[in-house]
Design a protein around this ligand. Sequence first.
Ligand SMILES: [Fe+2]
Ligand SMILES: [Fe+2]
Length: 191
Amino acid sequence: MIYDQELMTRLEEFLKENLKDHRLEHTYAVAEEAVKLAEHYGADKDKAYLAAMFHDMYRNLPNNVMNMYIRHFKLPERYCNNSNLAHSKLAASVMANNYDIDDQELIDAVSYHTTGRADMSLLEKIVFIADAIEPGRSYPGVNRIRTAAYEDINRACMLSLEGTVNFLRSKDAYIDPDTIEALEYLKGAKL
Ligand SMILES: [Fe+2]
Ligand SMILES: [Fe+2]
């Protein structure tokens, strides 16, 4: 393990105190899936595990507290009142500022796990897809993404991003520009 036991213990205690049971289960399931994907694609398993353990650490924070942190870390205003997006950015800031993590690839894997972005690293794709396919996930189309994940991770990312865009469009909800750019990059075409 490249990161010490003290950091892991601190993080695990934080997760136990701050996440609801199903979210805690999800976190461990994502970590397990991320390690499997890292093994499959020859990526760094320790980094995949650690990024997954951090990824949803603020998923259960109330909006008002989240907004306070967004301002504290001077994150873009567009994340206010949108915990769907904000929890990723906040976790990335806290990793760097409070957990002394300076590995940018690791921080980016957490930062972009919800939206994706153009030209993701392999680690970013692994965390993004592990989050979408861990065994507890069930939504229309998940099995196609599960199969694609171990055949062609780019196709898996594309399917997952397409699902997100279609879902958000059907609800007339805000779509983050990073999501659009991620999909356009993988398709090699403008949406
Ligand atoms: Fe998340
Ligand atoms: Fe997640």
